[in-house]
Every structure is written in structure tokens, then in C-alpha cells.
Design a protein around this ligand. Structure first.
Ligand SMILES: CCCCCCCCCCCCC/C=C/[C@@H](O)[C@H](CO)NC(=O)CCCCCCCCCCCCCCC
Ligand SMILES: Nc1ncnc2c1ncn2[C@@H]1O[C@H](COP(=O)(O)OP(=O)(O)OP(=O)(O)O)[C@@H](O)[C@H]1O
Ligand SMILES: [Ca+2]
Length: 558
């Protein structure tokens, strides 16, 4: 680690011990002054993040600094009293720094250290120097528009925001306008048509994936509308949204938060917002012919996940448990669906769904200026690019068709539906689970919860794609069916004709619907295209564990 020029360096007292305290443009560090007669042990030189007597905080992870009002016991009343900020002749001059501390499982906490100075002048000098460094961090938001869904998850959104998040925003001097939604789509409509977005540096969503979806739809639609882009045209190049979105998890699955931060913890998310993190995210647009249907960032699932969602919507009153009940019920019903999937495979430079390269903070693949991303440059026409690539077509009977634009990791499945999917590479992983026995399907599902490879089954295929289309069999055109039936026998043709004309007939499975980030999409036939990095979150992707254990943190600037 390069040594930074020191901006300020003093001996201050921390917790009753004298420390050498140093501020550089990158770090604030304090190290206990050891008596030269006592030999330094390896533990306080090469320890972990907090080596004994030695601490180091990156300036970009300082939440706030404030002069401290010292508390000391009053001799008169035997109670603790505040000492005035500048008592003449007093040596109680201190400032408190709040900063990010990493704990287990990607969780962040707000820690504090109070540094005592010998006089007020020095104290003010420190406060000012640290404030000046913080002021240089212009990526940090100052004004936020917050939407709270009071009915998401276990209906705790409002309480979570008031008790855990608002105090952090206020400590970081972030001002907020808070809207508690009164109906579904309230936030979407407000963002789309009413909100004065120039006033804000970001939008915060308190709720689950469905609430996030509302905010995302509002922002994307507003951005396209303001730029004169028609989102109903499937080939249109969409304009990326300028404002970042922060997610305070308060839903039932919280997959988008979990897959971009590594946990579903409101305090961690609030701190990622305060430090001004930025994580671009791919967005799928879903069309039926030239009608825009929806956007999706996590799961687009037909068959199993569509049916789970459809059933679970009737059980909303159960809260998050509804998914488990509906999951078991759907699993037991073991329905499969027939149809045709065609897809445009991604360029090999973005890896493959089975390469075990997981998308992590600062991911190299998401930073590639790949051919996949070039496709979205305005000057490229989609038809030209498509000509270079070959669409692949797969027909069959499927228990599940899942497209994951990100890993879809969540507490139910900590590595997700597609553990190697990337947040911002311009692709989605298309997972096809063909008709198989209940036992085999259970084996596949179980692998979402353990370390085994869920794609290592003969009935599962997975492709990294930039676009795909699906047509359920009952919606195929006559020419598509003729083609398909030419592959089969003529007697089969006779029966399929009958089944097409009698949809309720029990000899053929009926149609499913799409689970689009937890919202039901009743349309069977859809066309999907991934838009690389269309939106940005207040997140940084999942941090490697080494960030938490890096000894250079403890040694920085020392
Ligand atoms: C045996 C245990 C198998 C456990 C398998 C767990 C797989 C879980 C995979 C979760 C993937 C979530 C993807 C994210 C989707 C979100 O955009 C969306 C909105 O929040 N959430 C859901 O649709 C919510 C979807 C929730 C789906 C829950 C499915 C539960 C299946 C249970 C099957 C049990 C069979 C037991 C047989 C005796
Ligand atoms: N005030 C409100 N009243 C009723 N519904 C609302 C309100 N505000 C938002 N909604 C809707 O509630 C639905 C579910 O919300 P949310 O995503 O927050 O929770 P969840 O479904 O329990 O969690 P998850 O999506 O993570 O599974 C969303 O579709 C959203 O549109
Ligand atoms: Ca992706």
C-alpha cells in the first residue's frame, strides 16, 4: 500500500490511551504510543483490521464527524451532566468519528471513536481537516427521495426506516423527503409523472423486490419519457437512469438487495447509501410483439416459479411463509409446459454460467468493454448485430424456464439460481429444466440450498444470453406447429390438433405465467432483451472476504 502524505498528525487520547493519530487524504489512523522500553509484539503490528492498539479507517468509510459534548459526573447532584463545549480552562476537548465497521456475512455497522485533544484549537483543526476530506467525496448523496411500502414482507417497513435508517441518514447530514405509499403503484406513478427529480441525488426504496420493481419502472419510464425514447419498441436503445436507487430490505425475498450487497440488512444498506456506493445493473425489457410489458432485474421464471407466485399471491396475508407453502404445493403438482425457446447467445468473453467465476465487487467481467455491450451503442443497429450472431432454437417440455439477470441469491438460496451470473455484463443466464421425475426435480431444487452444482443434471441446460423469446405451444402459429409436427408422427398430429382446440382437455398441460421479479405477468409469449447497465444502485456488489481480513488495512498510513 502506497504511503499517503500526512495532512495532520497529533498525539491524542483514545479511550484513555495516548495515540499517534494521522490523517491522510485516504485514511484516518490511530496507534497507541508504546513505551519504547516495551517491545512491540507481532500482534500489534501485523494483526487483522483492528490490530491491538492500531486502527485504520478509510476516509471514504467515515460516516460523520462531530465535536463531542463531554459527559462527566456532576459533584452537586450526583448525575451525569453535559459539559459546555468550550469551558474556560477545561481540557475536555474531543471529537467523535462515526465510521463503517465490517462484521460477519457482509454486514456493516456504524462504529464510533472519540478522540480527546489537549486544547480546543487542535480539536477544531482536526474536525475541520476531516470535514474538508469528507467534502471532497462528491459521490455521496445529500438529498434523497424515500418511498416506504408499509405492507411489504412482515409489514415492518416503516418501523425499520424510522428506527434503523433515519438516524444514520441524519448523522450523515442527508436530508430526505419521505413518502409512505398508500396503494400499489403509488411510488411508480409518483416517480413517473410528479416527482421533481432535480431536487434529489437518489431514490430509496423501503420494501421488497416488488417495491423495488415499482421504483425501477417509475425511474426508467421517466428517463425514457424525458428523452423522447419509446419504450414500447423492443429494438429501442434505452437511456440509462441518472439517479441511483438504494434498497432498504423490508420484503419477503429481498433478492435484489441480497444479490448486490451480500445480505438483507437495513443498516448495511443504509451505510452503502451514505458512502455513495454505485453499482450498475442490467435490466431485461419484456415485450410481446411491439407492446412493452415490464422490466426485470432478477428472475423471469415460467412454469415452476410462475406457478409458485400465482398461488402465493392468494396467500399474501401469510407474509414470507406464503412462498414455502406455495412452493411445496407447486412442487407436488409437478406441472410441465411445452413451448419453444429461441435465444441469442452471449459472446464468450463474458464467461459461461458454469465457469464458477462469481460476480464480486469491482468484477472484471462487468467492466469489460465487450462486444456484448457495444451492441447498445446508439450507432449500432440491432439488426446488423443480430446478423452476426445466430439464434438458437430449443423446443421441449419444461418444468421451469428461468432467466436470471443476476445470481438471484437470497436467504432461501444463498448462492442463487445462477451463482455465476453477473450484475452488469449485459447478459442473463437462461436455465431450462426439462420434464423429469419429481425426485430428480427435488434433487435440482435442493442444490439451490447447498454447494452442489444445480446445473449438473442431464435434464438441466443453461445458456448465457443477450436476448431470448419464448412461445408456449398453445400460442405457436400454424407454421411453427407444422414444422414441429413434421418432426413427429401423423397420429400424434391428430391428437395435438384436438388438444389445441380443447385447451381444458386434461391430456395436455395448460399454460403457466411469468414470474417477473415477483410480479405476475400473464402473457405466455414474450421477447426479452438485456440492457447493459441501465440502472445504478447504491451498492458495490458483494465484497470478497479478503476485504474484511486484509492486514494492509491495519497497517495503512502507519
Ligand atoms: C427442498 C428445499 C428446496 C428449496 C429450494 C429453494 C429455491 C429458492 C430459490 C429462490 C429464488 C428466488 C429468486 C427471486 C425471485 C424474486 O424475484 C421474487 C420476488 O421477490 N421472489 C419469488 O418469486 C419467491 C420465490 C420463492 C420460491 C420458493 C420455492 C420453494 C420451493 C420449495 C419446494 C419444496 C419441495 C418439498 C418437497 C417435499
Ligand atoms: N401502500 C401499499 N399498499 C398495498 N400494496 C402496496 C403498497 N405499496 C406498495 N405495494 C405493493 O406491494 C407489493 C409487495 O411489496 P414488496 O415487494 O415490498 O414486499 P414482498 O412482496 O413481501 O417482498 P418480495 O417482493 O421481496 O418478495 C408490491 O407489488 C408493491 O407494488
Ligand atoms: Ca447480467
Amino acid at each position: 500500500m502506497e504511503k499517503q502524505p500526512r495532512l495532520l498528525c497529533s498525539q491524542l487520547s483514545v479511550g484513555g490511551r495516548v495515540c499517534d493519530v494521522t490523517l491522510s487524504s485516504s485514511f484516518l489512523s490511530w496507534r497507541e504510543v508504546v513505551d519504547s522500553s516495551k517491545k512491540r509484539t507481532a500482534a500489534n503490528v501485523y494483526g487483522p483490521l483492528k490490530a491491538a492498539g492500531s486502527h485504520c479507517v478509510p476516509v471514504c468509510e467515515i460516516i460523520a464527524i462531530q465535536e463531542t459534548e463531554e459527559d462527566c459526573p456532576s459533584t452537586n447532584v450526583g448525575k451525569w451532566q453535559k459539559v459546555p463545549q468550550n469551558p474556560a480552562g477545561s481540557n475536555q476537548h474531543a471529537f467523535t468519528v462515526s465510521y463503517v465497521e465490517r462484521t460477519l456475512k457482509h454486514r456493516w455497522r456504524c462504529s464510533e471513536v472519540t478522540l480527546h485533544c489537549p486544547d480546543r484549537k487542535l480539536c477544531l483543526q482536526w474536525v475541520q481537516a476531516i470535514r474538508e476530506q469528507l467534502a471532497l467525496l462528491t459521490i455521496r448523496p445529500k438529498r434523497l427521495l424515500v418511498y416506504i411500502n408499509p405492507h411489504g414482507g412482515k409489514q415492518r417497513g416503516k418501523r425499520i426506516y424510522e428506527q434503523k435508517v433515519a438516524p444514520i441518514f441524519s448523522r450523515a447530514s442527508i436530508t430526505t423527503d419521505v413518502i409512505v405509499t398508500e396503494r400499489a403503484n403509488h411510488a411508480r406513478d409518483h416517480l413517473k409523472t410528479e416527482a421533481d427529480l432535480k431536487k434529489y441525488d437518489g431514490v430509496v426504496c423501503v420494501g421488497g423486490d416488488g417495491m423495488f420493481s415499482e421504483i425501477m419502472h417509475g425511474l426508467i419510464s421517466r428517463t425514457q419519457c424525458d428523452s423522447g425514447v419509446d419504450q414500447s419498441c423492443a429494438d429501442e436503445t434505452l437511456i440509462p437512469c441518472g439517479l441511483r436507487i438504494g434498497i432498504i430490505p423490508a420484503g419477503s425475498t429481498d433478492c435484489i438487495c441480497y444479490a448486490t450487497v451480500g445480505c438483507n440488512d437495513p443498516v448495511t444498506s443504509a451505510l452503502h447509501i451514505v458512502v455513495g456506493d454505485s453499482q450498475p445493473l442490467d435490466v431485461c425489457s419484456v415485450h410481446q410483439n411491439n407492446a412493452f410489458l415490464r422490466y426485470s432485474v432478477s428472475l423471469l421464471g415460467y412454469g415452476f416459479y410462475g406457478d409458485v407466485l400465482m398461488d402465493s399471491e392468494r396467500k399474501r396475508w401469510m407474509g414470507p411463509a406464503r412462498y414455502d407453502i406455495s412452493g411445496v404445493k407447486t412442487f407436488l403438482s409437478h406441472r410441465y409446459y411445452e413451448g419453444t425457446i429461441s435465444f441469442l447467445p452471449a459472446d464468450g468473453s463474458v464467461g459461461t454460467p458454469r465457469d464458477k467465476i462469481q460476480c464480486r465487487s469491482g468484477c472484471n467481467i462487468c467492466q469489460l468493454p465487450s462486444a456484448d455491450k457495444a451492441v447498445y451503442k446508439v450507432e449500432d443497429s440491432i439488426s446488423e448485430t443480430e446478423n452476426k450472431d445466430v439464434w438458437q432454437v430449443i423446443r421441449g417440455k419444461f418444468l421451469a424456464i428461468n432467466a436470471a439477470c443476476m445470481s438471484c441469491a437470497c436467504p432461501r438460496s444463498p448462492k442463487g439460481l445462477s451463482p455465476s451470473a453477473h450484475l452488469a455484463d449485459g447478459t442473463a443466464d437462461l436455465i431450462l429444466v426439462r420434464k423429469c421425475s419429481r425426485l430428480d426435480f427435488l434433487r435440482h431444487l435442493l442444490r439451490h440450498t447447498n454447494k452442489n452444482d444445480q446445473f449438473d443434471h442431464p435434464f438441466v441446460e443453461v445458456y448465457r444470453v443477450r436476448q431470448f423469446r419464448f412461445t408456449p405451444r398453445y400460442q405457436e402459429t400454424d407454421s411453427e406447429l407444422d414444422l414441429r409436427e413434421a418432426e413427429g408422427s401423423s397420429s400424434k398430429h391428430f391428437f395435438t390438433q384436438i388438444c389445441r382446440e380443447h385447451q381444458a382437455c386434461s391430456c395436455a398441460p395448460t399454460h403457466s405465467s411469468w414470474n417477473c421479479d415477483g410480479e405476475i405477468l400473464p402473457h405466455g409469449a414474450i421477447q426479452v432483451r438485456v440492457h447493459c447497465q441501465l440502472i445504478k444502485l447504491f451498492a458495490r456488489g458483494i465484497e470478497e472476504q479478503s476485504v474484511f481480513e486484509d492486514p494492509s488495512y491495519a497497517l495503512c498510513a502507519i
